[in-house]
Design a protein around this ligand. Structure first.
Ligand code: HEM
Length: 169
């Protein structure tokens, strides 16, 4: 699947600037997630005030590395494997993707436009991200070499940072 990199970057840059920026977007993400999908709420132990920064940093890192798959893929594989520790199930990814696209649409509609092309660009991107994370989580052994080569441990964490959601190198 070829992703609409320009539109993804443009809309994410707008999200940083408009409607209170990534803080508003990130907090709204968890508010809507827990309203619409209350069955996943018990998995989260970090308060949204902290958690949203990690989510937004990981989305930003992904968008910034879309044209560098050799950096982006191990980053996402590592994140997928780490989610095993958080008791995430493959079936939850659809809810998180739906929620992120919905809140982004809400966010960007406040001060500007949200078009069907933007919606499609983000749905495709979230599908691609989820596929990589799920595949890694379902078969961590298959991506172990890729993780180690990129500086991650086999469990997706890194010894050189306590913030593995930030893309280094
Ligand atoms: C687009 C897919 C996703 C992205 C980009 C994402 C991003 C993140 C990030 C950056 C963290 C911080 C910890 C770390 O990096 O290891 C995290 C933690 C977490 N994520 Fe995700 N995630 C995704 C999908 C999911 C799904 C589908 C679920 C299931 C409901 C989920 C549940 C959690 C939980 C429970 C935590 C730990 C929260 C805590 O510390 O209490 N995530 N996620």
């Amino acid at each position: 699947m070829s992703l609409n990199v320009d539109l993804l970057k443009e809309t994410f840059n707008r999200a940083k600037e408009e409607n209170g920026g990534l803080k508003t977007l990130g907090l709204r993400f968890y508010e809507r997630l827990f309203e619409k999908y209350p069955q996943v709420k018990h998995l989260f132990h970090t308060p949204p005030e902290e958690q949203h920064k990690k989510l937004m940093a990981s989305v930003g890192a992904t968008i910034a590395s879309l044209t560098e798959p050799e950096r982006m893929v191990p980053f996402l594989q590592a994140m997928g494997v780490r989610h095993l520790k958080y008791k995430t199930e493959s079936a939850h990814y659809g809810a998180v993707a739906e929620n992120l696209v919905a809140v982004l649409g809400e966010h960007l509609s406040k001060e500007g436009e949200w078009t069907s092309d933007m919606q499609t660009a983000w749905e495709d991107a979230l599908k691609a991200v989820s596929d990589i994370m799920i595949e890694a989580a379902e078969n961590p052994e298959s991506c172990k070499e890729s993780l180690l080569k990129a500086g991650y441990d086999a469990d997706g964490f890194r010894k050189d940072t306590e913030q593995p959601w930030v893309l280094v190198n």
